[in-house]
Design a protein around this ligand. Structure first.
Ligand code: FE2
Ligand code: FE2
Length: 420
């Protein structure tokens, strides 16, 4: 069996990658191609790489019509730096000794492979299938290939590809300048994902986090791949970006906001009985719906699942579905970010998003009111904690006894005049 292995950050995947993959499939008669988006690339700054769930989602969309392709999240799931040699060892366990592995790569590998972790061993494990683009200096590359063969016993095969002179960096630039239009070199459907989650928007909220939190976020995202669906993970990461922006805007704790937002829904795919079994403190909670109970469940399970013992984060996660009277700024940020992150589409979020640009409490109040009206329409009960939070926010508004009540007084006065 001929197996292709195609790794990369794919940030985003583009037609250049697809041309390279298709040409290799044909030239090497590949029966199977394993496409492996990188987890935490050890050679890149964490800020330079988008969250794994989005990169994986874009790959899934772009590769959906290629039956020979298997998309793997093995490197994303592996915690810590990921090295190709470890991945190849893992992959080979599912294949027979006679199966041939081809590493699908660009010509730059011929000059950089010597810096890869355990590259000599890697070169004995697979064939380097090096794509040559039109216009590249073939004789120099052939020389380099022979050198690797001579020195390390590497098997290197150069193959021609109609690969476009396109890079993810150029595509990201085009996305920024295109105002929503899809760059020509982006595979169909990928731009829809970019738009839905507002990807590649500057500034990247991750720049406001401490380096330690950035590393923690990558580790947690990797763990969440095993706990929740890809769609829910993308919502969680999107909520994290929104929460960081809100915290930055209103002077909140950006690092706590990031962690709380990323983990706010990790218990959502448990059943109510599983939640109660895992978090005994919930046994007496009268709520019997996943819709409200997943918040307190996640708050209870936070330490045992992720080793995070931070009461402020736990509270914000606990109250993200209903909010509460005496809500902290972090509670409000997580509650609001969850409802307005870019992929949320229910109702008309425009006015709430506008309020969120300038006044946190006003935006939170408008969201609570929107939820209340929705529940009433659906003939569902509004949670008492939400009503208490609303009451408190209304009392605390600067115009609580001002404009609103003045209008009523004026009306009353006029009516009296008429009566007179
Ligand atoms: Fe939730
Ligand atoms: Fe959520």
């Amino acid at each position: 069996m001929n197996v292709g292995y195609f790794g990369g950050t794919f940030d985003p995947i583009h037609n250049g990658h697809l041309h390279m993959l298709d040409a290799a499939t044909k030239v090497f008669a590949l029966d199977l191609v394993i496409v492996m988006p990188a987890g935490m690339p050890y050679h890149k700054d964490l800020l330079a790489v988008s969250p794994a769930c989005f990169r994986y989602m874009m790959c899934r969309r772009a590769l959906s019509r290629r039956p020979e392709v298997v998309l793997s999240a093995a490197e994303i799931r592996r915690r810590g730096p990921s090295y190709t040699i470890d991945t190849v060892h893992d992959l080979k366990r599912d294949f027979l000794p006679g199966d041939r592995f081809y590493l699908i790569c660009g010509s730059d590998i011929l000059d950089t492979i010597q810096h890869w972790y355990h590259f000599e061993e890697l070169l004995t494990e697979l064939v380097l299938a090096v794509a040559i683009r039109p216009g590249e200096n073939r004789s120099r590359l052939e020389q380099r290939a022979q050198e690797l063969q001579r020195r390390y016993g590497a098997e290197v095969i150069l193959y021609d590809t109609p690969m476009l002179p396109v890079s993810s960096t150029a595509i990201r630039q085009q996305i920024e300048e295109s105002r929503g239009r899809s760059p020509a070199d982006l595979p169909p459907g990928v731009m829809r994902i970019i738009r839905r989650y507002g990807l590649y928007r500057e500034p990247n909220p991750m720049v406001w986090l401490q380096p330690e939190t950035r590393r923690q976020v990558v580790e947690l995202e990797s763990k969440l791949f095993d706990l929740i669906s890809l769609k829910r993970l993308a919502h969680s990461v999107s909520t994290m970006f929104e929460a960081i922006r809100l915290a930055k805007r209103f002077g909140g704790d950006v690092n706590r906001a990031a962690i709380a937002a990323l983990l706010h829904d990790f218990a959502k795919e448990l059943t109510v009985s599983e939640m109660r079994a895992l978090a005994p403190a919930l046994e007496s909670d009268p709520r019997d719906s996943n819709a409200t109970l997943h918040g307190p469940a996640a708050g209870q399970l936070l330490e045992s699942v992720f080793g995070i013992n931070d009461p402020e984060i736990a509270d914000a996660i606990t109250w993200h579905t209903t909010l509460r009277e005496g809500a902290t700024m972090l509670d409000k940020i997580i509650f609001l970010a969850d409802k307005i992150e870019p992929s949320r589409t229910f109702g008309d979020l425009g006015p709430i998003r506008e309020k969120a640009e300038r006044d946190l409490d006003e935006a939170v109040l408008a969201t609570l009111e929107g939820v209340r009206q929705h529940l009433i329409r659906e003939k569902l009960k509004v949670h008492p904690a939400s009503l208490a939070a609303m009451g408190e926010l209304m009392r605390e508004r600067p115009d609580a006894s001002g404009k609103g009540s003045r209008k009523i007084k004026i009306k009353v006065k006029k009516k009296r005049k008429k009566d007179d």
